[in-house]
Design a protein around this ligand. Sequence first.
Ligand SMILES: Nc1ncnc2c1ncn2[C@@H]1O[C@H](COP(=O)(O)OP(=O)(O)OP(=O)(O)O)[C@@H](O)[C@H]1O
Ligand SMILES: [Mg+2]
Length: 409
Amino acid sequence: MNKTKELQGLANFEDADFYDQVQVINSQSSWQPVNLIVFGTSVISSSITIISMGVLLSAYNPLIALLILISMIPESLVSYRVQQEAFETMVDASSDARKMQYDSQAVLNKDFSKEIRLFNAFDFFIKRYQEIFWQIHHAVNKTRAKKMIVALISMSISSVICVFALLWFVLSIQAGRFRVGALLTLTSAIGYIAENIFSMIEDSSLLYNTLLYMEKYFNFLKSSDTIEKTGRIKAGDIKRIAFRHVSFAYPNSKRLALNDVDFEVSAGQKIAIVGENGSGKTTLIKLLLRFYDPSQGHLQLNGQAVQDFDLVSYRALFSAVFQDFAKFSLTVKDNIAMSDLNRRNDRAALVKAMSASGFAPNKGLSQNKLLNIQLGKEYADGTELSGGEWQKISFSQRDFCRSKNLDSR
Ligand SMILES: Nc1ncnc2c1ncn2[C@@H]1O[C@H](COP(=O)(O)OP(=O)(O)OP(=O)(O)O)[C@@H](O)[C@H]1O
Ligand SMILES: [Mg+2]
């Protein structure tokens, strides 16, 4: 969550690979770090046991000790590879996993509940979910079967080596080279080695899986922002805004959403930008709010490039009501105060903003009670508003934020 604070541009959030990464990290972050400690310590303790038993064995026959140790090499190598494949399958599956999650949400989520019922679309989503489930299931089973075969082969090799070691020892006792009591030492040493080799292979391949996860996690932490944020000038107020030959294509798109847009607006001017659907009006606002940087040209605030301004103070100059504005499942008060959280307890301003939009879903309620209505049906005491009432909340939010006015539609 803290990392997303650094990602002020929107392009990352429209990148499928980035989402896959987030999906893997999000679903495993609670247990993978524990695995690192558990498997890490287990591998260390198994290695210590194997080395000490190996030293004990080599006192009898260094060749046998060496053979037993060598027998574990192929299995560890193949086991690592299989574990890596399992991890890759899982990562490959994460875009499918997201589709599955979406399908299950589509039938469970309240936001879709009307259309799903009206169009009787349950089976469509359930079928899609099941198809993807079986695809992933098949891929995972293939990796598991591979692992089983590898485990069987390497266990057989190690067992054969152990049997030969015992045989050699029995023959040595017969030849009078060792005393019978030493048989106990040897069998326990071989037993310990075999047991620890297997647990070390298993744990180290799981540790490898954890390390691959950690690599993904650190790559995510390293992911850089998609807009330039080096500007340090504190933005004061808006005198002039200019678009200078601005062109822009969304990431992974060749089509220009804006092509050579060039205009200037001064403070106090009221303007409306009109155009057909898809002509780039919202895109223009998104560039102005610095969710993206232009592909060509530049934007200026008071004659200065927008990148030169400190981003937080720059964005604080604006307020916007988006076409797809966010409906926070918070109280009315917190929804309105969202545009300027520092003034969250400025009751007079909150009431003023609420009244200005005409928000009054229940005429009998006092203003205090209105402000404290919990919105969102996720909560037992939550209330749902009508579409128009939500819009009024959104307008209040814009009014609450001092100075700025911007409608993005
Ligand atoms: N996040 C995005 N990624 C890729 N392309 C996008 C994205 N958002 C919009 N577009 C494309 O950019 C173009 C301009 O979209 P924009 O939302 O700016 O249009 P608009 O003028 O606001 O339209 P409307 O009147 O329908 O709101 C469209 O062709 C749209 O498909
Ligand atoms: Mg639009």
